[in-house]
Design a protein around this ligand. Structure first.
Ligand SMILES: [Zn+2]
Ligand SMILES: [Zn+2]
Length: 400
């Protein structure tokens, strides 16, 4: 990795005026040939693979290619505005990696902290050189689909479903049969994905590249599933090499009593099947509870608005109010005002975690009576005369 100015055209074995298509074909052939997965332990092949990736990364991008053609080299800090130089290290960037604003010393320092003492000092010799650096190899293995990716592919992904239930189902609990579409191990190939067909690679959907994250950075790496070809040969005709098929499945779900709007249930093992016989993910169900015309849930409590007559409010009364258990008696005390709230203990929602019940909160609304008859109006006129001195708005003026 001595030369800074590599001839990318030469690396790919194409002419300077090669078309995009010719470049792509040459790249694919060479990437396949030198792919680390196909040449385990072969450092030269790995170097060639990186160089080919680097060349392709530049020549495949019209803007970068133009910069390269103009200056004879390309570095990511060279905008179309002018060259910034390729830097002195001779370090070969991983393909598709966006270097802008990224300090490699930070990365190595970070890795050293993780490894503890005894690592290679950061900012020493150029990484990726002849050094037998475990740190750097680990770093690269994640780019080229090493352990990290394999362990991530082990377990199937989780599934998310939203489930609408009505108020009473949420209060009393219910059993629901859901039809979910989940990945199952393919019957035809028993999950191996192999067969006699050829199909678009499901891992990269044919692009030959997959996006990886490193902290907040995203970068593309060649798809290890298809070695960057975008297609799979010897693929199972049924699952197109995926090893899994999507199939609707009925899942019986028990919604516990008191399930609140927005709560989530986990059904273990009912997510997507894993690859290569590894365990399935989980199914998560988010509960949506429809609003009830009368009962409004507030935590473990139930709020209800109940109308009362003027004489019930004035004289006091025992009235029947609806609760989620049926009818209950509420004692309205003498002299009750509109908007006053009363508590019916333990008429709310059962909380299984605390093993308690919430309350029902009754807000009374005083309703004026229909006064269509002369007798009623007469009685109210009499009341008005009796209370001529009472002004309910008196206090308002002191507050203005
Ligand atoms: Zn199959
Ligand atoms: Zn692929």
């Amino acid at each position: 990795m001595a030369s800074k100015k590599k001839d990318y055209y030469e690396l790919l074995g194409v002419k300077r005026g090669a078309t995009d298509d010719e470049i792509r074909k040459a790249y694919r052939k060479l990437a396949r040939k030198n792919h680390p997965d196909l040449n385990p332990g072969d450092k030269d092949a790995e170097e060639r693979f990186k160089s080919v990736q680097e060349a392709y990364d530049v020549l495949n991008d019209a803007k970068k290619r133009q910069v390269y053609d103009t200056h004879g080299f390309y570095a990511d800090n060279m905008g179309p505005g002018g060259p910034g130089g390729p830097g002195g290290s001779g370090f070969q960037p991983p393909p598709g990696f966006d270097f802008r604003g990224f300090d490699f010393d930070d990365l190595f320092a970070e890795q050293q902290r993780q490894q503890g003492a005894g690592g290679r000092p950061p900012g020493g010799s150029a990484p990726g050189g002849e050094q037998d650096s475990g740190t750097f190899k680990d770093f690269f293995s994640s780019f080229f689909g090493g352990r990290q990716q394999e362990s991530r592919a082990e377990r199937g992904s989780d599934l998310e479903y939203a489930l609408n239930i009505d108020f009473w189902q949420s209060i009393k609990g219910t059993q629901v049969r859901l039809t979910i579409n989940r990945h199952e191990i393919c019957d035809t190939c028993a999950g191996s994905g192999s067969g006699s067909g050829s199909s678009v690679c499901p891992n990269c959907t044919g692009s030959g590249k997959v996006t990886q994250m490193a902290g907040a950075m995203r970068f593309n790496v060649p798809c290890t599933r298809c070695q960057g070809k975008g297609r799979l040969t010897n693929a199972c005709a049924r699952c197109h090499g995926e090893g899994r098929t999507v199939r609707p499945e009925q899942v019986e779900v028990r919604i516990p009593a008191g399930a609140a709007d927005g709560s989530r249930l986990r059904v273990a093992g009912k997510g997507n099947a894993g690859q290569g016989g590894s365990p399935a993910g989980d199914l998560y169900i988010t509960i949506r509870v429809e609003k009830h015309a009368l009962f409004a849930r507030e935590g473990d409590n139930i709020d209800v608005k109940v109308p009362v007559t003027v004489w019930e409010a004035v004289l006091g009364a025992k009235i029947e109010v609806p609760t989620i258990d049926g009818r209950a008696i509420l004692k309205v005390p003498q002299g009750t005002q509109s908007g006053q709230k009363f508590r019916l203990r333990e008429k709310g929602i059962f909380n299984s975690r605390k093993n308690t019940r919430g309350d029902q909160i009754v807000e009374v609304e005083i309703q004026s009576p229909p006064a269509n008859d002369e007798r009623t109006r007469e009685l109210f006129r009499e009341l008005a005369k009796l209370h001529a001195e009472d002004d309910p708005r008196r206090d308002l003026w002191t507050k203005v």
